[in-house]
Design a binder for this molecule. Structure first.
Ligand code: NAP
Length: 249
């Protein structure tokens, strides 16, 4: 660990690359202390070494789909930082297949990391935030949790679950001064989408009113807003960061 216990601390899962790394970078620049979480500790350490502006940074190797590992990571982060003021549930995976060919292990693994992992982190952090009578939780969902996507039944179900979990938790925690919101990214340029063929990317852009893929920094800006004082009256909401793909009335 580097730094002091005096600043606000954000616990960010999936911080070793992509959107989670951009969230860590943005929050560091805003002066948050950070507890970075992912499975690969050496990559987390490299990310931590590049962050500018964070008063203190700790790294926690943890599979969020393992309840015991989450319990240990949250306890270590609280020990190091004093308390957790913000939880960003960003860790997520895909294992795509058409439903009729999807193996039970593919279904189970994606649900375990994306949905169970989000639940495990909230379950550990929320009681502490309730005692503090303050806290912010942001869950990273996806537009496909709202729209569906062929070949991603497991992923879509997990992200729709994250949206339901967000709303239920927002209602349960509101009276304790804790807000819970989701960000639903559209197509974002990360390693998760890097392997897509050019034709798929062109087809995607055709579905996006703003005519470009999003960047991890676009998503990080939405998360930073939901963690800011400006969002103190916002809870139970899904903020789409998707170039206009999904427009709801
Ligand atoms: P990514 O580049 O594949 O990064 C995923 C991150 O999650 C990595 O840091 C990975 O680190 C971590 N992770 C994976 N499994 C984990 C586990 N079991 N326990 C702890 N950490 C784990 O993905 P991304 O594109 O940045 O996506 C981040 C989030 O945004 C995900 O929830 C994803 O579903 C969502 N999203 C992405 C897009 C997009 O277009 N990219 C669109 C909508 C939503 P380790 O490998 O070190 O564990």
């Amino acid at each position: 660990m580097t730094g002091s216990k005096d600043s606000r601390c954000a616990f960010v899962t999936g911080a070793s690359q992509g959107i989670g790394r951009a969230i860590a970078s943005r929050l560091a620049a805003e002066g948050w202390s950070l507890a970075l979480v992912a499975r690969r500790s050496e990559v987390l350490a490299e990310v931590a070494s590049t962050l500018k502006g964070a008063p203190s940074v700790t790294c926690h190797a943890c599979d969020v789909g393992d309840a015991d590992q989450v319990t240990a990571a949250v306890a270590a982060a609280v020990e190091a930082h004093g308390q957790i003021d913000a939880l960003v549930n960003n860790a997520g995976i895909t294992q795509d297949a058409l439903l009729v060919r999807m193996k039970p292990e593919q279904w189970e693994k994606v649900l375990r990391v994306n949905l169970d992992g989000t639940y495990y982190c909230i379950r550990e952090v929320a009681p502490r935030m309730m005692r503090q009578r303050s806290g912010r939780i942001v869950n990273i969902a996806s537009v496909v949790g709202q729209m569906g996507n062929a070949g991603q039944a497991n992923y879509c179900a997990s992200k729709a679950g994250v949206i339901g979990l967000t709303k239920a938790t927002a209602r349960e925690l509101a009276s304790r001064g804790v807000t819970v919101n989701a960000v639903a990214p559209g197509f974002i340029e990360t390693e998760m989408t890097a392997d897509l063929p050019e034709s798929a990317v062109t087809q995607m852009k055709g579905q996006i009113p703003l005519q470009r893929l999003g960047t991890p920094e676009d998503v990080a800006a939405c998360v930073a807003f939901l963690l800011s004082d400006a969002a103190s009256y916002v809870t139970g909401q899904v903020l789409n960061c998707d170039g206009g793909m999904v427009m709801r009335g």
